[in-house]
Write a protein that binds this ligand. Structure first.
Ligand code: NDP
Length: 606
């Protein structure tokens, strides 16, 4: 029998702990299997068509209009979140004067503009999450700051680098087309603009298109409903910190217990008459351990400290070793445990042993997370339902001090859907296991469309030389230089994670890519070149490197419970060519040494 065989194979799997790894593996497998669905990624509704009201911007005054623009800029930066802001800042530092930010939001900030749900906080340490800290000479107030502080910081970047004057907000790009006659990009928008840009730089985001569960009846709900990334404070009252008085006496449902649900559920629980939390899969919830910034410590940091801290975190979360763990938090905990074990066990550190140790550490950590649930949640059935059974990195880890506690309130009910999700929605109720839960308000904390094809992510297509669309070009076999430049798309730069790196601290990736883009464009501007292309050979070589990356991560993901990270466990051909480079430490090293070498290898300038 398979289980017996596995038990035999892992005789030594009970080392250094009391975890029965074989039984646990089996339990994880069962938990995964009961969640696998035949409709995979298609189970969701995108927020277009009949659901487009869910993406209306609630943060701007209605009725904005302006004259259509037909002017010319040197660089059009599409997307004014961290990627666009850092790229624009680095371009300024590289001597580019004429920069225009374009974004559909009413201001800069991207994720942090849209996600203003109550309780929003940054789960990554502020001293590494916020980019350009030394340039702005900014001291974050806490180790983990509020979403409001992150957004305010985004605005300070735009002010410091003088990016507001020329910006176009509430403007959605509808097409980018390369005009070969004049060597300019024509930027068309939903405001009737046809601007010209010598260079375009796109940072469209990776988790920004909200999705709704494709539950039968989702469009028939007659109560009030919204998605967490368009929080309706007109309805709920309160704000990021003040009580949501509009929910007093109301029956509220929240679907979703991912990183967003974990943060907003305790805030809704404070005010709602009754809160029903509809859970499909529990998240890991560890303690937050936040504290105010020690300003004296911050003032003592030497120039260059920020990059050093970024690199230290990046190496540790990529499985590397460092003398010291500077961030020293939940994200780096697994690595600390492994290092300790390696030091204790000494010599026998071949790869297979390390992989085994990592699994043991994972089980121990998950056991601690499950024990934490028992220590906080008083009702045994509820506690059991809140325990996650999967490998730690299968889902985005969460950290919160009040989430589990709120299930001890009489006014909060966990509706555990046992991995199946909400069955159906009717006029005024959500249905699970034959029970109708009547509610006044339904909040979707159901996340975002992840890893879709290029034009689905951006909402527009990019048409390069010879009328070729970037989506088609990438679908046919993505080949880029570092994921940033594509042959046939001159003067066009993309910040994303396809064929680039995926670092746990995403702004770090954006910062490294921005430095790179500013280096290339800065060089062309200084030397008065007008067209920057990339050779087919260089792009093919990079694509080969991507394809040749080991696939062990895929194996790990296949064994995970479904979620956006593993494309809802969809089977089928993995597109190895468009995936991330893999190790971000190596990727950043490659970019840095390419720039240091100085010849812009693979880039063609006219
Ligand atoms: P997620 O995709 O992580 O979570 C969506 C939730 O909805 C899951 O719990 C999912 O369950 C649940 N769900 C989906 N369909 C159904 C259904 N039919 N019935 C019941 N439940 C359902 O989205 P989030 O918005 O929570 O987080 C997205 C990402 O945003 C995070 O991973 C993180 O990267 C980022 N984020 C970052 C923060 C920060 O601190 N920097 C804060 C908040 C978010 P299931 O797990 O079973 O699929």
């Amino acid at each position: 029998m398979a289980v017996d065989k596995e038990r035999e194979k892992s005789n030594n799997s009970k080392q250094n702990n009391n975890v029965d790894i074989v039984s646990m593996r089996e339990k994880y497998r069962q938990e995964r299997d009961k969640r696998i669905r035949t409709d995979g990624l298609d189970q969701y509704n995108l927020t277009n068509g009949e659901f487009s009201s869910y993406v209306k911007d609630p943060f701007v005054a209605p009725g904005f209009s302006r004259q259509a623009l037909t002017d010319e800029v040197e660089v059009a930066v599409i997307g004014a979140g961290f990627g666009g802001l850092i790229a624009a800042a680095k371009l300024r530092e590289a001597g580019v004067k004429d920069i225009r930010l374009i974004d559909q939001a009413g201001d800069v900030g991207g994720t942090w503009y849209w996600n203003r749900f109550p309780g929003a906080k940054c789960d990554t340490e502020s001293y590494i999450y916020l980019p350009l800290l030394e340039e702005l000479n900014y001291t974050p107030t806490e180790k983990y700051i509020s979403g409001a502080e992150v957004w305010e910081y985004c605005r300070s970047i735009a002010t410091k680098y003088d990016l507001y004057d020329n910006a176009c907000f509430q403007t959605e790009v509808t097409e980018l087309r390369w005009d070969e006659e004049i060597n300019r990009w024509v930027v068309s928008t939903d405001r009737g603009d046809r601007m010209l840009a010598r260079y375009v730089c796109m940072s469209n985001g990776i988790l920004h298109r909200p999705k709704l569960p494709g539950v039968p009846g989702v469009s028939s709900f007659k109560g009030h409903s919204f998605h967490t990334c368009r929080w309706d404070y007109d309805y709920t009252g309160g704000d990021l910190t003040e009580p949501l008085v509009g929910l007093e006496g109301k029956r509220v449902a929240i679907i979703g217990t991912g990183a967003t649900g974990i943060q907003c559920i305790p805030r809704v629980a404070e005010s709602a008459g009754h809160l029903y939390v509809f859970q499909r899969t529990p998240s890991t919830v560890e303690e937050r351990n936040n504290y105010p910034t020690d300003v004296e410590w911050m003032n003592k940091q030497k120039p260059g400290w920020h990059q050093q801290r970024l690199d230290n975190f990046n190496i540790l979360t990529s499985g590397g070793q460092q003398q010291e763990d500077l961030v020293n938090d939940g994200w780096t905990d697994g690595n600390r445990r492994l290092t300790k074990l390696m030091q204790a066990e000494g010599a026998n550190t071949d790869l297979q042993t390390i992989v085994q140790w990592m699994e043991t550490i994972d089980f121990q950590k998950m056991d601690e997370i499950r024990a934490r649930v028992d220590s906080i949640v008083t009702d045994k059935t509820t506690a059991e339902a809140l325990k996650p059974y999967y490998r730690y990195w299968c889902k985005r880890p969460c950290f919160h001090d009040d989430y589990l506690k709120c299930f001890n309130q009489d006014s909060v009910t966990l509706v555990d859907t046992k991995g199946k999700g909400v069955e159906r929605i009717s006029d005024h109720a959500l249905h699970v296991d034959g029970v109708a839960y009547e509610v006044d308000c339904l909040i979707f904390a159901t996340g975002f469309d992840f890893l879709p094809e290029f034009s689905r992510k951006t909402g527009y297509d990019v048409i390069g030389k010879g009328g070729v669309e970037l989506t088609d070009k990438w679908d046919a076999g993505m080949a880029t230089l570092f994921g940033i430049q594509t042959p046939g798309f001159p003067n066009c730069f993309v910040l994303s994670n396809s064929q680039s790196a995926f670092s746990v601290n995403f702004p770090h990736t954006l910062a490294e890519q921005s430095l790179h883009i500013a280096h290339v464009i800065g060089h062309a501007v200084a030397e008065q070149y007008s067209v920057i292309n990339v050779s087919d050979k260089a792009a093919a070589e990079w694509a080969k490197k991507i394809i040749e990356q080991p696939t062990d991560k895929q194996q790990f993901l296949n064994e995970c419970t479904p979620g956006y990270i593993n494309k809802e466990s969809e089977k089928g051909e993995v597109n190895r060519q468009s995936r991330a480079f893999g190790d971000p430490v190596e990727y950043f090293k490659i970019l840095r040494s390419w720039r240091a070498e100085g010849s812009l290898k693979g880039v063609e300038l006219e």
